[in-house]
Design a protein around this ligand. Structure first.
Ligand code: SF4
Ligand code: SF4
Ligand code: SF4
Ligand code: FES
Length: 948
């Protein structure tokens, strides 16, 4: 294995149908028009010396190192800023150029520390390389002149250090922050010799910087350097793998020394991220080797007993015997499993197979139940496929971007950077969100319309938008006639044209001024390519599925499906939420979204698996918990999910778990759910896995193992051994064999294999005979279901309404630095940015309750109450409060209710009626949970002592 080094063309790859042919150092080369002379030379393998240029950034032309001679032109133009032209004859090397380049390098080196041997960039420094490339042997100016060698380092960021003594003011960091990340946190202050890079008036930590690391990656010297490299030195080999956080699915080079990770470098050829990343993927991987990791299997008879470390054989044998005992006593339907959207497709597939073939029922569900299940239902009803319609790069062709119930800069940061780039180029933006999310106004971006609707009124708003388009005749009649079911459309058009759906009538529910709704509708319908991006602010509602269909209606109505720049795009929360759904994790569906009751489909599985499958859908997660409380559901296998923190109405969840006789936890850590566990099977971090994740674009990415599983076993092996112990023979020698089985059983995956993935880099399903390279854009000529289906989307107000007892509406969301239940990010330095969940409250609501910023406040709903600190802000509107749910101690889901989407049971996390009051104590639940935490820690510590 070696270190993967990507070619740097110096300037971005240009795409053009027009080609130009030129001669460089006597060699002919043909490149797309717009390509720089530097990139054209590089495509011949000719490296022109450079410092300020790199191919992730537009050419800047400041260092003057890349000078060339072009026949017929005066002077020595910079090759990075000079476009290649037809017939050009270029010379990149001669004595004159060599002298000029040496002179440039002499100036740089005269103000640069000569500590190469002890420098953290030693072996990976472009300045060092260029000194070598130009043959610098002496510096005529000496080293004692006016210099910056004693400038003070900025070590405020936990992940990287800024050492200005090494800065050559090439501006790459500033441009990376602007062009790639879109944050504009850095500037060059001063002029000439005084020029310095500054993160605003403060240090990096206190600045606007979001720690994406793009500047660190762009820096050609050791000025901006990862602390891990400073501590460990350069890596010696690397592998391409996929981030294990969000559904963007960024590809990284995991750069290693032996089996120790040195750094994660975003992979330029990664189709989802094209060389960019956010703070989580690039830096927040320390949890993988955190001392809290449990790496030995453990069991206990009762949840009040201490855990006992046992062999794998004993743990798996005990779990299997308990499941068998329970099924014998309470019936075959008394056990089930939950698959994890954090795990690989292969790991998920074997868990649902274990349930169907080993338990003999369909009681398998996935954590997607509580986030994007309405996406599956809504999009498959309207279009025929339970997935987003576009690839990410499609946003570069969007003219009007409608963001609904999503906060991309926090939740999907790398996609947000792409989107912001398009917005800076002039695309229009409509944001529908109760909160003023960052996209509404940030550096060089301002939403054309922010529609700050009241939580729970999405459907009223989407209907009002469609109403305007239909009644003002702004629809794309040709598209509707050609592509959609006309009968359904006509019924729907009559429904939507009803004045009850007008913006004026809807305003009483949404609170959004009707004039803004009308204007936004006109913009979306007439502004060119209209693209909808949405998140959990759409799905986690009692009408989540209705809203997804409402967005599909809007897109079809305006002809915005089936080409670049348009579409209906769910921004998936977790790394493999798309994949876990694709793999047949829902109780009513086999892989590829085929209903369990379909005899032909079941027969295919039965003949390959050698078992008879139950044709009745099994229990969903909430039903499993209800049945547990009712005494009929007694055993569960939970793969990598912390339902005692992440699911709504926590007290109901924990009552269900406590009522079970065998709770098997497969996880990295003893999480909240493990408090109710009887068997703990240690899982593996993404660095220890081999497999695939599927991102929000339906892109199947490879996850490659860079270190051995700390527990000694792969997660798919654990599941297979459990199945065998249950009496069902399930075994594979490598996860590629699991993918081969998935491909055999699933028409949309039939062309997928590890070999194809290695050849193509990644594949967007469907991938089969019809689409051997995969499918970036869906529904191009026809919808997967044939004709697009308009669905009636009556607005039905949620039962969860503000009233005298609970006059405010709580909505929840995420923050950039933390991730979901925080199990990973809380075990990294990311906690420095977000140490606790706080309650955002509008100044009016705070003042009427005598609340000041920083006060401890009690938030009570009909489900429970918690206390947390208040932050007064007008990001939220009056009547609405907001919090995150990253810290288990907060217990945000103690107060969310068990209301859920009518079609899929996805919980209504986004609307909870609450009252907020000042308090001086934490809630009873929090106090109790705190005590339980102490007990759990003591049990773990007692146990470790006993083991020693
Ligand atoms: S880490 Fe990212 S946000 Fe921060 S200064 Fe660098 S490029 Fe800008
Ligand atoms: S910090 Fe690095 S990238 Fe930024 S100007 Fe200095 S040398 Fe260039
Ligand atoms: S955007 Fe998502 S996938 Fe990409 S690095 Fe960040 S957390 Fe990972
Ligand atoms: S690389 Fe062309 S001017 Fe710096």
């Amino acid at each position: 294995m070696s270190l993967i080094k990507e070619i740097d063309y110096g300037t971005p790859i240009r795409i053009s149908e027009a080609m130009v042919t030129l001669t460089i150092d006597g060699q002919s080369v043909t490149v797309p028009q717009g390509t720089s002379v530097m990139a054209a030379a590089m495509s011949l393998g000719t490296k022109i010396p450079k410092l300020c240029a790199t191919d992730s950034l537009e050419p800047f032309g400041s260092c003057r190192l890349c000078l060339v001679e072009i026949e017929g032109r005066r002077g020595t133009p910079a090759s990075c800023t000079t476009p290649a032209e037809q017939g050009m004859i270029v010379h990149t090397q001669n004595d004159r150029l060599a002298t000029l380049r040496k002179g440039v390098m002499e100036l740089y080196i005269s103000d640069h520390p000569l500590d190469c041997l002890t420098c953290s960039a030693n072996g990976d420094c472009e300045l060092q390389d260029m000194a070598g490339a130009v043959g610098l042997r002496e510096v005529r100016y000496g080293y004692d002149g006016h210099n910056h060698l004693h400038d003070v380092k900025d070590t405020s960021n936990p992940y990287f250090t800024y050492d200005p003594s090494k800065c050559i003011v090439c501006n790459r960091c500033v441009r990376a922050c602007e062009e790639v990340q879109g944050t504009f946190a850095l500037t060059i202050t001063g002029r000439g010799f005084e020029s310095r890079v500054k993160p605003g008036p403060t240090d990096f930590f206190g600045s606007e910087c979001v720690s994406c690391g793009a500047c660190v990656q762009a820096c050609p010297t050791a000025t901006l350097m990862e602390n891990s490299v400073i501590a460990m030195g350069q890596a010696e080999h690397s592998k391409i793998t996929t981030c294990a956080y969000c559904g963007v699915g960024c590809s990284f080079k995991a750069e290693m020394q032996g089996d120790r990770l040195v750094r994660m470098v975003p992979y330029k050829d990664g189709k989802a991220n094209e060389g960019h990343s956010c703070v989580k993927g690039r830096f927040a991987w320390g949890y993988a080797t955190h001392s809290d990791r449990k790496t030995k299997p453990m069991i206990r008879k009762s949840i009040t007993d201490p855990w006992r470390e046992v062999s794998w054989e004993e743990a798996i044998g005990y779990a299997a015997s308990e499941f068998k005992r329970i099924q014998a006593k309470y019936g075959y339907e008394s056990v089930g499993a939950i698959t994890s959207s954090r795990c690989t497709n292969e790991e998920v597939f074997v868990v649902q197979k274990l349930v169907r073939a080993g338990f003999g029922n369909n009681n398998v569900d996935t954590c997607a139940r509580v986030c994007h299940s309405p996406t599956g239902y809504g999009l498959s009803t309207a279009f025929g496929t339970s997935a987003g319609t576009q690839d990410f790069k499609s946003v570069a062709k969007a003219d009007v971007i409608l963001v609904i119930g999503a906060n991309p800069t926090d939740g999907h940061p790398v996609f947000a950077s792409r989107m912001k780039k398009r917005l800076r180029e002039g695309a229009k933006l409509i944001v529908a969100d109760p909160r003023r999310i960052d996209l509404v106004k940030s550096a060089h971006i301002k939403a054309d319309y922010h529609l700050p609707l009241r939580p729970g009124t999405n459907v009223a708003l989407i209907n009002a938008l469609s109403h305007v388009i239909v009644t003002e005749g702004l629809l794309d009649e040709h598209y509707v006639r050609e592509r959609c079911d006309l009968q359904d459309f006509e019924i729907w058009a009559r429904f939507i044209a009803d004045p009850k759906n007008s913006p004026e009538e809807s305003e009483q529910f949404t609170g959004v001024p009707s004039a803004d709704v009308r204007a936004a509708a006109r913009l979306y319908a007439t502004g060119g390519n209209g693209a909808i991006y949405y998140g959990l602010g759409v799905t986690e509602h009692s009408q989540g599925s209705t809203m997804v269909m409402g967005m599909a209606n809007l897109a079809m109505l305006t002809g915005n499906i089936g080409r670049d720049g348009v579409g209906v795009n769910p921004l998936r929360g977790q790394n493999n939420v798309q994949g876990s759904c694709d793999m047949g994790s829902f109780p009513h569906e086999l892989s590829g979204y085929r209903h369990i009751s379909d005899d032909a489909t079941r027969n295919i599985f039965e003949s390959l698996w050698g078992v008879k499958l139950d044709d009745e859908p099994g229990l969903r997660i909430p039903n499993m918990l209800d049945e547990a409380v009712g005494g009929r559901f007694k055993g569960i296998y939970v793969q990598g999910e912390d339902i005692a923190q992440s699911d709504p109405n926590v007290q109901h969840v924990t009552a269900g778990l406590a009522a079970m006789e065998c709770v098997v936890i497969q996880d990295l850590f003893l999480n909240e759910t493990a408090k109710y566990g009887h068997v703990f099977l240690p899982g593996a971090s993404f660095l220890e896995k081999d497999g695939t994740f599927t991102n929000a674009e339906r892109r199947i990415n490879r996850v490659r193992q860079v270190m051995a599983p700390l527990s000694g076993k792969h997660e798919w092996q654990i599941t297979c051994e459990l199945a065998q112990a249950l009496g069902y023979d399930m075994s594979y020698s490598h996860p590629s064999e699991i993918m081969d089985e998935i491909a055999r059983l699933t028409p949309t995956f039939s062309g997928v294999s590890y070999q194809r993935l290695d050849e193509l880099g990644s594949i967007q399903w469907p991938c089969n005979e019809k689409a051997p390279q995969g499918t970036p854009l869906m529904h191009i000529d026809r919808f997967v279901r044939g004709k697009g289906k308009f669905m009636i989307t009556d607005y039905v107000p949620t039962e969860e309404r503000a009233g005298p007892r609970f006059p405010l509406l709580l909505t929840t969301g995420r923050i950039l630095s933390q991730y979901n239940v925080g199990a990973q990010t809380r075990r990294t330095e990311n906690s420095r940015w977000h140490q606790e969940d706080v309650l955002e409250i509008h100044p009016f609501d705070a003042e009427s309750r005598g609340i000041k910023s920083g006060d401890l406040v009690s938030v009570a709903s009909r489900a429970g109450d918690i206390s947390l600190h208040a932050e007064i802000t007008d990001r939220v509107q009056p009547g609405v409060v907001y919090t995150t749910f990253h810290h288990a101690v907060t217990g945000a889901n103690v107060i969310t209710t068990d209301n859920s989407d009518w079609a899929t049971n996805c919980p209504e996390y986004k609307v909870t009626a609450v009252e907020v009051r000042r308090t001086n104590h934490y809630s009873q639940w929090q106090e109790r949970n705190n005590e339980e935490d102490k007990i759990m820690r003591r049990i773990a510590t007692d146990h470790v002592e006993a083991a020693e």
